[in-house]
Design a protein around this ligand. Structure first.
Ligand SMILES: Nc1ncnc2c1ncn2[C@@H]1O[C@H](COP(=O)(O)OP(=O)(O)O)[C@@H](O)[C@H]1O
Ligand SMILES: [Mg+2]
Length: 330
């Protein structure tokens, strides 16, 4: 298995600079499903594959990325930048033991700023995008509050992490649905004719509820036909990426397929990509218990192999491969 991995090659000098920094959001319905672990290992493998990466801890409730990286003390957090204690955002991106990977802690401070307005969040995202990096990965908190959803929606690559248990799948679906409806609400926020129509789709206590996206499109058609087209475009442009985590059985592996089908059927999302399924890994659990770095980078290990393959494919998917081919070893 390890030979197989070390034989693989990937471009080391991809010309991504002029494409700007790619923003990744890692979200999901519940806590404890592995969003932070997935963010960390995505960042780890992108860095190993010679990309410049900044990982941002945007979990309100339980910022723990530094611990997963084996870092005990954090010198700077995002608050230092927001409060102008440091001049540049680059200064709060602290180095990690992994070459090419930096970490920004305390993005929770953003949301601590007494409910940042939408424009403020956009400003923060813009500032993050100016960082000297090829990839910026936002590790989001659990749940579907507006701040989490807005950060999720601001990113180029929106990853929803799911786990195979039925309740977790339900939560995952709920998160994705909330994200889509938040996106629709924002898109038409200035339209007074459509606002009550959208409210019928999003307000659980609505008198005359609109239960599906198809019905919402129909309702738009009646009120404002040109905006019905705009709504359909928003939905068809909405690209979602799924990662199934803590997979243990063959049946578990099907969970991602099932949720994909459900999303396509009930939310009309056509562009749903399954990035991969990551096995449950006892070694990772043990490392975390010992406060050691939780990298999925062990040879002869299923989850490490899955991660490596996934990120390798992902780089090919997101970047035109140019230049030198560098070998990387697990
Ligand atoms: N693939 C995995 N293999 C083993 N344990 C995992 C895996 N993914 C997550 N875990 C366990 O779940 C816990 C929660 O993961 P975490 O990434 O902090 O979740 P979240 O960010 O969604 O709250 C981890 O501390 C770890 O014990
Ligand atoms: Mg987390």
């Amino acid at each position: 298995m390890s030979d197989n991995l070390s034989d693989r090659t990937v471009s080391g000098q991809m010309n991504v600079a002029n494409l700007g920094c790619k923003l990744w959001a890692v979200g999901g319905g519940k806590g404890g499903i592995g969003k932070s672990l997935i963010s960390l290992n995505l960042a780890y493998w992108l860095a190993k594959l010679k990309q410049k990466v900044v990982l941002v801890d945007a979990d309100l409730g339980g910022a723990n990325l530094h611990t997963l990286l084996g870092i005990r003390f954090v010198k700077h957090t995002l608050a230092d930048y927001l409060n102008k204690r440091v001049a540049a955002l680059d200064d709060v991106a602290i180095p990690t033991p992994i070459s090419g990977l930096r970490l920004i802690c305390g993005a929770s401070d953003i949301v601590g700023l007494a409910n940042p307005k939408y424009q403020q969040k956009q400003k923060i995202i813009k500032a993050l995008q100016q960082l000297d990096a090829d990839h910026l990965i936002l590790d989001l908190g659990a749940g579907s509050n507006y701040d989490t959803l807005d950060f999720f929606l601001s990113c180029h690559y929106k990853i929803a992490v799911i786990t195979p248990q039925p309740t977790a799948l339900q939560n995952g679906y709920g998160f994705i649905k909330s994200a889509l409806y938040r996106s629709i609400t924002r898109e038409f926020s200035n339209n007074t004719l459509l606002a009550p129509v959208i409210a019928r789709a999003t307000d659980q206590n609505a008198n005359d509820p609109i239960a599906s996206i198809t019905d919402l499109i129909d309702a738009f058609e009646k009120v404002h036909p040109s905006n019905s087209e705009r709504l359909q475009k928003l939905i068809s442009d909405f690209h979602l990426y799924l990662i199934a985590n803590m997979v243990r059985t063959a049946k578990d592996r099907k969970a991602a397929e099932i949720i994909k089908t459900v999303i396509q059927k009930y939310l009309n999302l056509e562009q749903v990509s399954l990035l991969g399924s990551i096995s449950y890994d006892q070694q990772v659990e043990d490392s975390i218990a010992l406060m050691k770095p939780a990298f999925m980078n062990k040879t002869n290990n299923q989850s490490s192999l899955e991660f490596y393959e996934m990120v390798y494919d992902l780089i090919k998917m997101t970047s035109p491969v140019k230049g030198n081919e560098n070998k990387v070893h697990l």
